[in-house]
Structures are given as C-alpha cells and as structure tokens.
Design a protein around this ligand. Structure first.
Ligand code: ADP
Ligand code: MG
Length: 342
C-alpha cells in the first residue's frame, strides 16, 4: 500500500458521509480544498501537533489517539466560540499499518461526525509518528464586529469560571509514569479524561456575547490563565477552596481523595492534588471570565450547553496571580505550568 492508497482507503469518505456540504465546495483530491465562508462570518483557524513520546505514549489505543488529535484542536475553536466546519490532517507514519490506521481513522471520524467537522485535505508522509491537524471554524460578525471570544477581554471584577473539572488527566499520567497507584475503576475514569478529552464546543458557542474572555486549559489553569491576564492587562485571585469544590462527583481525582486504596495514596497530599487541579495539564476545559452581573446568563448558557461551570476566583485590577483559601489567607503558589521546553 502506498501514500495514495492510504488516503483513499482511510481518509477519503463516500459523499453521503461528508458533514459540510453547506460550506465545503471542494474536499480531498485536488491541490487545495475550497471552503466557502458564509456572508457575515469570519473563519477561525488553529493548528495543534501531537508527537509520539511527548504528547502520547506509543502504546496508546489508536482509536483514542484519533479522537484526541481532533479534540485538542476543537478545544481551541471552543475557546474562541467558533463553530467547527472543517479540518486538515498532516500525518507522518513510520510504516503503513492497516489495522492501526483503521482504528485511528475511526476514532477521528467518530468525533468529526459528532461535531459536523469535515476532513478536507492534508498530507501523508513517512517519518516518526506525528499528527498535525488544522481546524477551521465559523464565527459570526455582528454589525461588522467579530463575536470571537478572545484572551484579551477580561475586566477587573469579572468572575473567573472553569468548565467541568480539572486534574484527572494529570492523575492518569502520574499512574502511567509509575508515580502513583489507584484502584482500577478510578484509573480507568482518569485515563478516559487523559486519552479522550471532551472539547467544550457547545459551551464556547453558548458563551458568545456573555463571556468577556476565554481560553482552553491545555497546559494547566495557572499557566493558561496567565496568558489571559497578560493579554487583558489585569490580575486575578483564585480561591483554592472553590477550585477544590469544582471537582465533580464523577471526577477520578475526587474519588481517589475520598477513598484511598492503599498506602501510596498518602502521596495525594493537599499540595499534590491542588497541583493537579491548578497546573495538571491536558484538561481541555474552558477557563473564562464574565461580569458578576451576568451570573444568570452564564448559568443559562451552561445549562443550554449541558456543561457544568464553577466560579473559582475573580479578575482584579492589581496585576499578578494570587491564590487564597476560604479565609482569604494567601496560599503559596509553588505550582509550575506545563512547558514543553522547560
Ligand atoms: P500534494 O502533492 O498536492 O500536496 P498530495 O498528493 O499530498 O497532494 O495529496 C493528494 C490529496 O489528498 C490532496 O487533496 C490532499 O489534501 C489529500 N491528503 C493527503 N493526505 C491526507 C490525509 N492524511 N488526510 C486527508 N487528506 C489528505
Ligand atoms: Mg502533499
């Protein structure tokens, strides 16, 4: 099997399975794909690359990898409030493994079909396993103004929200690295969050016109929040007790804290679990800010998107990022965000 057979067999789909006849004028097969922007809209574009050994283990289920490669890209569209339209896939493969490609593409297309996001092109080459996806999304203009959610719009006095819960992906990673043990049920739950993150597309769409600023949490809340603070010229205070309260009932981290399974769980000290929540990485939740007066609107948007959201702090005029406990006393910030070059 050669390059073109791979494209034809695993990535070119019959016409009835194409998701976006409304805007994809030309898909896979020519030198370029043609995507039609609808009048009164902008096209949002984002790329994310996954490299074996850095972003995933060689042993990962290829179906989960197909899901995650697209999910991390859709998460960027979600953070901008963009509706997914189409994507390209640049793939370096060490060898042509039909069974692997079959599973990879089925995981990829399960998510792309669910989100109505069509594969319109890409590149296929031989090399160390590397997956680079570029997504295109649609953002409406209103009176010529972009409705995109940006990092730069946070205002002093805004509530700081996070969707879902944080920390499970890091919990799974530490178990896989052999640094921690968990009961199997807890580990499976955590691993699902690491390997099959849910891009918060519906929430991003519902927050348009309500949130002042948004970002997706991929490198840990503290690190990603700093990007928002810098872009907006503001500071923030995070309430560590509210960050803890955010751990939903179905969170593996919460289960592990509530029901230690052995002596190794004593490793899950307060400092450790708080570190997973605030700086764990790979969460793909949305962090966003909105005026206090918009609390009802945020709650309604979250309900429409069927996505839980929690207030974990607030935006301040004073620059910098502060952590405080329920009593308002400072909590030392010794949590470093994930940095690929650190
Ligand atoms: P070119 O030589 O012009 O770069 P290719 O021969 O690499 O084009 O690719 C042929 C067609 O297949 C193009 O339309 C390209 O976008 C598409 N394609 C290549 N690899 C992939 C892939 N992994 N997934 C989807 N489409 C692909
Ligand atoms: Mg090419």
């Amino acid at each position: 099997m050669g390059e073109f057979d791979v494209i034809k067999r695993f990535f070119l789909r019959p016409e009835r399975q194409l998701a976006r006849a409304d805007c994809v004028a030309l898909g896979i097969g020519d030198d370029c794909a043609l995507v039609q922007a609808r009048p009164g809209t902008q096209i949002a574009i984002s790329s994310d690359m996954l490299v074996e050994g850095h972003h995933f283990f060689a042993s990962v289920d290829p179906r989960a990898l197909g899901h995650k490669a697209l999910a991390v890209n859709l998460s960027d569209l979600a953070a901008c409030g963009a509706k997914p339209l189409a994507f390209t896939l640049a793939l370096a493969l060490p060898k042509i493994d039909a069974a692997w490609l079959d599973k990879f593409s089925s995981g990829l297309f399960a998510l792309s079909d669910q989100q109505g996001c069509e594969l319109v092109g890409g590149d296929t080459t031989q090399g160390p396993l590397n997956i680079c996806i570029t997504v295109l999304g649609e953002i409406p203009l209103e009176k010529g103004q972009s409705q995109a959610l940006l990092r730069s719009g946070a205002k002093p006095g805004d509530d700081l929200y996070v969707s879902g819960n944080l920390g499970d992906a890091r919990l799974a990673l530490e178990v896989m690295r052999g640094n921690l043990q968990l009961e199997d049920a807890q580990f499976q739950l955590a691993r699902e969050r690491l390997e099959r993150p849910t891009p918060r597309i519906e929430l991003g769409l519902a927050l348009r016109g309500i949130a002042n600023a948004a970002i997706d949490v991929s490198d840990g809340l503290l690190g990603d929040l700093r990007h928002v603070l810098k872009a907006s010229g503001v500071g923030a205070t995070i309430r560590t007790d509210q960050a803890q309260a955010m751990l939903a009932a179905q969170s593996a981290l919460r289960a592990a804290l509530a029901k230690p399974s052995g002596p190794t769980d004593t490793q899950l000290t307060e400092r450790l679990w708080l570190g997973y929540v605030l700086a764990g990485g790979d969460d793909y939740e949305l962090a966003f800010t909105a005026p206090k007066a918009s609390r009802n609107a945020v709650a309604a948007a979250a309900a429409r998107a069927r996505t839980p959201v929690s207030v974990v702090g607030q935006i301040d005029t004073e620059l910098g990022l502060r952590l405080v406990n329920a009593q308002g006393s400072a909590v030392e910030n010794h949590f470093a965000a994930f940095d690929h070059f650190a």
